[in-house]
Structures are given as C-alpha cells and as structure tokens.
Ligand binder design. Sequence first.
Ligand SMILES: Nc1ncnc2c1ncn2[C@@H]1O[C@H](COP(=O)(O)OP(=O)(O)OP(=O)(O)O)[C@@H](O)[C@H]1O
Length: 249
Amino acid sequence: MVLTVEHLSKTFGDVEAVRDVSLAVDEGEFVSIVGPSGCGKSTLMEIVGGLIEPTAGRIDVSGMPGIVFQQESAFPWRTVVENVAFGLEMTGVGKAERLTRARDMIELVGLGGFEDRYPTELSGGMRQRVAIARTLVMEPKIILMDEPFGALDEQTRLILGEELSRIREATNATVLFITHSFDEALLLSDRIVVMTARPGTIKQVVVNPLPRPRDSTIVSDPEFGRLSGELWELLREESMRALAGERGR
Ligand SMILES: Nc1ncnc2c1ncn2[C@@H]1O[C@H](COP(=O)(O)OP(=O)(O)OP(=O)(O)O)[C@@H](O)[C@H]1O
C-alpha cells in the first residue's frame, strides 16, 4: 500500500470535521473522494499531505506526497520550464538533467512549445497543467489533488480530466483526488469514496467497473449514466443534511 489511513479523526475546537476514516490506496490506484461541502475532504487531504496533524488515528504514507491545489501557484517571474524544474533544482538535480526532465513532463501534459512562456501568458487550464507537470516531475509515490480543476469551466475540466486520464495511464501514478464532479470521478477513478455530511465519515466505497483507458466520450455510455445516478443517490441525502446544517447554524 502506498497510503494507509486508520481510524483518522480531526476536530477543530468544537467542530468535528472528520470522524474515524480508514482507507488504503494501492500503488497505481486512482481513488477519488466525493462528499457534500464542508464534510472534511480537504482536511483529510491536508492530513495525508502532512500539512496538519490528526486529532486521532494513524497514517502511513510512502515518501513525500506531491500536492496539486485548486488554485495553481506558479512563480510569475519564472518561465514554464523554470517553474516545472523548480522542485528538482531545490533537491540539487543538475541543470541539464532537470531541464530535460522538465521538458519531457511539459510535453507529457500537452504544453510542448510553451516552455519559455510566463504563467501570465497562459490560460487557467494551461497553468493547471503546469502545476500537474511540476508535481509529476518529482515522481512522488502518491499525488494528492484537491479539486485541481475546480476553478475551470466544465468543458475545460472534462478535457483536462481526459488528459489526466492519459497521463495516469502513461505514468501509472497513484492519485488521491477530491472532486465535486461525478463525471470527473467516473472518468478518472478506480474507486470512489463517498463521504457523509460532517463529521465526515466514509458512507460507501464505489468500485468503478468502467474499462480503462477512458476518455471523455465515456460520459455518453449508459453504464456511466447509471453509475452517476448511483453516486447521486448516495450523496443526495448527505448534501441535504449538510445544507440543513448550514441553515441551522
Ligand atoms: N483550520 C481550521 N480551523 C477551524 N475549522 C476548520 C479548519 N479547517 C477546516 N475547518 C472546518 O472543518 C470542516 C471541514 O472542512 P473541509 O474544508 O475539510 O471540508 P471540505 O469537504 O473540503 O469542503 P468543500 O467541499 O466545501 O471544499 C468545515 O466545517 C470547516 O469549516
């Protein structure tokens, strides 16, 4: 297992964010987490990423996870290739090697030809690809993605989802992915973890039977529609509970 989480709980003051979550992710697996707003998804990810401490429970993760956030955070004064090579530079990889590795990764995420551009010259979708390349180039054992396409329009999201699916097939990366989109979850994942309203616990783990590799045309597959309906059935009640909780506050 690349990641094992056992009986993890997190409380912020009197807010119980995550309660007794156990989850294991195997090498090469792509696991998505869906759940109502505020159910503790980001908290769980931040604990796995070592950014915050759990209140209780155990976590075992291989190596330093790579993290891709919703808002990309490229250095504006560095070009695309300099941004992608940054982590390698920090770990002491020589210039020639880091530039070669960065260029290969830029090619892989579909940004070939944009190596010498600055982030402000790119669209939001392209900047998010830079963020993915920057993480992948470090070859982490596991990549954590917290709604990496959340700030983008739906078409761009689906296209980037398709790209990520292709990258994943090419690299066999292990990924833990948070999303609000069932389409994204079903396009990308091997398993989808459905969480309850806060305190977030695991309601059900749905195994995705759709054959891989997948591209975005899978959204018109009847089985895709059936699975999407199944996910919504699981989440509907939780989302209503979360909303009622918000109103009652
Ligand atoms: N640092 C913090 N201090 C206090 N409360 C926090 C902190 N971080 C998160 N929370 C609370 O914990 C709960 C879970 O938040 P979290 O961001 O993990 O949910 P989420 O499922 O990622 O939400 P969303 O889907 O809206 O992004 C929320 O009620 C939030 O207000």
